[in-house]
Each structure stands twice: as structure tokens, then as C-alpha cells.
Design a protein around this ligand. Structure first.
Ligand code: GLC
Length: 405
């Protein structure tokens, strides 16, 4: 049964959280594979020193709320195979080792209490498992060692998903990742999951049935425009905490990305990589909060945005919803701006923040909005609201073009 996707379209913005024993190494979540660290060494150095001593998922939920995000997705098990919940399938988990606490339980409770969507990320790949073929290869393994090991591995991962899907209440998103060789039996697993979590949304990384597509480190809408979709991106260059990575996107970058996903009727899930103690790096939180402040003033365009029929602009981005077009100005074009796309009659133009009306004129296929303040009132992105006489219509077909987005 397809999930009800209404909440997902309303949400439009979520927080991805990559957190696990790799945060102790502080060199990203692929550290075990990239540095060929043997399982025993990884467990002794990182798993056993993973203490989560300041882990407060209510604080994570607060940061997400301040940021304007509506759901969270936490790595319950990443490719290193270390499980953040109290699994009975293995003692390689956060209750037996490291934090000595069911981190998933506390996360789920806090996020649900905060009224946010609860998402669980699960990597089918597991570098530590003896039946996983070659966790240290430079790519994903392409074949199982033999049918017996494939079966054992399948039973193991299905048993883990059964725990996650039955012991933590209603889960809103299951976010698969990582590759195992075919056959993964994903369809069998997903069909069973739908029987116990009828409203869950599953991403498209472990077979059908799935509910939404995702693009990674890129904003790439699916070719089927009816499919719900989500772009996930890092805030700096790493998913898991990397102490040396200071290459952050700015709050303006975040806003620009949000207008881009909204324009294509998709969601943005932005990642944070908490430190090993459980604290979201202050710089990540500050950027997200700055963009969140902007959203509080300008966020009207986001929830339930529709697919815009318009093409790219030379000063910003245009998003739509109902009979409204939002003009998001990234680069002030001068004292007036021009959109040569809108086939509707424009009934009014005003600033989204503050409501100040602006003079405008339509001449043939060109709309001019005049008297733009200099500087623009919002130091990040100023948004103008156009009220149209009906559903947004374009003069020309959007078409394919080499400019991305
Ligand atoms: C990749 C990486 C992984 C990260 C994920 C997020 O598949 O393997 O480390 O969790 O992308 O989408």
C-alpha cells in the first residue's frame, strides 16, 4: 500500500544525523574502510570510547525546530555495523558497548515528543559482519561468497529491521543506504515492513515497494514528476563528524537550496554530524538557526510548494504554490527585476516580509517589478510575493537546458 505522502510534502525540510562510533575517530563515517582498520582495532579504539556523554536528543529536536525542519533521520547502523539500539542479534551495539544506552530509543522518544517526524536510517552494508564480502574493498562488493553466507547475512539484517520496525512505535521514514550484492531480497523486507508500519515512507535504496526517491549531494528531481523525492546534502563536506572539516555552506546557501528543492516539489534533508559526546557541532547549529530565523520571516513558500512551470532566472529563483509565485532574489538585479515567463495576469506584488507593496507592470510576456530598495531589506534573500489570476502558467515550455536546477 502506498504511504500517505501529504505530511512529507508539507514538511519539505528535514535533518539528517550521522552519528556513531566513527565520531570518536573524527575523520568521517568511512574511516574504517578508507584506513583499512581491522574490526578489533576499530572496536577497541572507537566503539569502546564512544561514550555519548552529552547526548540529549531533545536538544537535537530543538535545533531542528529552530532551523524550521519538520523531521529527523538518524543512522541506527552505518556501514561499520555498530548498532545504536538494543539489538538482540549481536552484542555489537550501544547497550553492550560504548555508550551503554539504547540511543535509538531516546532519540525516537524525544523526536516524537517534539512533534517532529521520526526517521531511521539503516545501512544494509555491514563491514564488520563475517558474511559481508570484503568490507575493505574500494567500492561496494559485487558478489556473495556463497549462498549460505548470503542467507545468513539476510537473516541478520531482516531480524534487525524487524526490531526497529516493531519495538519503537510508529516510524515515519525508513532510509536505506549502503550496498550489498544482489539479490538483497529488499522487496520481501519492504513488503513485510509495510504490513507492520502501514504509514512509513521508504526510500528507493533497497528495492520496491518504496515511497520516495532521493538524490545525494545533489539536487536532482526524479524523471517521474509524480514521485515524492528528497535531496540530501551535507552542511560541510562530511556526513559523520570530521574535526578538520571547516568547509561549511552558509545560511544563504541553505536558503538557496531550499528554494531549489521547493521549486521542484521536493524536500531537502540537511546533514549534521554530532561529535562523539552527542553534541551537534556549534557551527552547524548556528548556520541552521540563521537559516531558520530567515524561514520564520519568509518560510511561507515552503510547505506544500508545487512544481513550478518556470525556467531559470538570472537573479534568483521562482517558487510557486496555489495562485502565488514567490520571487527569491539572490543577486540584486538593479532597481527593477524582470521575469519573462509569466503567462498569468499579475494582481499584486509585495514584499513577503513586511508586506510592502511594489509597483509592477506587465508588457507582453515581460513582468517588471520596480522600486527595489537598495540595499534589499534582507541581507540573505529578499522574497517578493506575486498574486496571480490563477494557477501559474508559463509562456514557454520549461524544456531541458544546460543550466542546472
Ligand atoms: C553514502 C555514503 C554514506 C552516507 C550516505 C548518505 O551512501 O556511503 O556514508 O551515509 O551516502 O546519503
Amino acid at each position: 500500500m502506498p504511504a500517505n505522502t501529504d505530511w512529507f510534502h508539507e514538511a519539505r525540510y528535514g535533518m539528517f544525523i550521522h552519528w556513531g562510533a566513527y565520531a570518536v575517530a573524527a575523520r568521517g563515517e568511512w574511516v574504517m574502510n578508507r584506513e583499512n582498520i581491522p574490526v578489533d582495532e576499530y572496536a577497541a579504539k572507537y566503539v569502546d570510547n564512544f561514550k555519548a556523554e552529552r547526548f540529549d536528543p531533545r536538544e537535537w529536536a530543538r535545533v531542528a525546530k529552530d532551523a524550521g525542519m519538520k523531521y529527523l533521520v538518524l543512522t541506527t547502523r552505518h556501514h561499520d555495523g555498530f548498532c545504536l539500539w538494543n539489538t538482540k542479534t549481536s552484542d555489537y551495539n550501544a547497550v553492550q558497548r560504548g555508550p551503554k544506552r539504547d540511543l535509538v530509543r531516546d532519540y525516537v522518544d524525544a523526536v516524537r515528543d517534539a512533534g517532529l517526524g521520526v526517521g531511521l536510517y539503516y545501512s544494509v552494508a555491514d563491514w564488520h559482519h563475517p558474511d559481508y564480502p570484503d568490507g575493505y574493498c574500494r567500492d561496494w562488493p559485487s558478489a556473495w561468497r556463497d549462498e549460505d553466507s548470503r542467507k545468513r547475512f539476510f537473516d541478520y539484517y531482516f531480524a534487525q529491521l524487524k526490531e526497529l520496525m516493531t519495538e519503537y512505535g510508529a516510524i515515519d521514514i525508513l532510509w536505506y543506504d549502503g550496498c550489498i550484492p544482489q539479490p538483497t531480497n529488499g522487496s520481501e523486507v519492504n513488503t513485510w515492513i509495510k504490513s507492520v508500519q502501514p504509514n512509513i515512507m521508504i526510500n528507493n535504496r533497497n528495492g520496491a515497494p518504496f515511497d520516495f526517491q532521493c538524490s545525494e549531494q545533489a539536487i536532482r528531481p526524479p524523471s517521474n514528476p509524480e514521485l515524492p523525492w528528497e535531496a540530501c546534502l551535507t552542511l560541510n563536506d562530511n556526513w559523520g563528524y570530521h574535526a578538520g572539516d571547516d568547509h561549511y555552506k552558509s545560511a544563504k546557501d541553505v536558503i538557496m537550496m531550499l528554494t531549489q528543492t521547493a521549486e521542484h516539489r521536493g524536500n531537502l534533508m540537511l546533514n549534521v554530524g554530532p561529535m562523539s559526546d552527542g553534541v551537534i557541532p556549534p557551527k552547524s547549529a548556528a548556520i541552521l538557526r540563521e537559516a531558520g530565523d530567515w524561514l520564520r520571516r519568509n518560510g511561507e513558500f515552503l510547505a506544500n510548494s508545487s512544481r513550478s512551470p518556470y525556467s531559470w532566472l538570472n537573479w534568483g529563483r521562482l517558487t510557486t504554490k496555489g495562485n502565488i509565485a514567490y520571487l527569491h532574489i539572490f543577486h540584486r538585479p538593479g532597481d527593477e527585476l524582470c521575469v519573462a515567463e509569466i503567462a498569468n495576469r499579475v494582481l499584486s506584488a509585495r514584499m513577503l516580509d513586511g508586506g510592502q507593496p511594489l509597483p509592477f507592470e506587465q508588457s507582453g510576456d515581460r513582468l517588471f517589478v520596480r522600486n527595489l530598495p537598495n540595499p534589499l531589506p534582507d541581507p540573505l534573500v529578499t522574497t517578493i510575493v506575486l498574486e496571480l489570476d490563477g494557477t501559474p502558467k508559463a509562456h514557454r515550455q520549461k524544456g531541458e537546458f544546460w543550466i542546472p536546477g
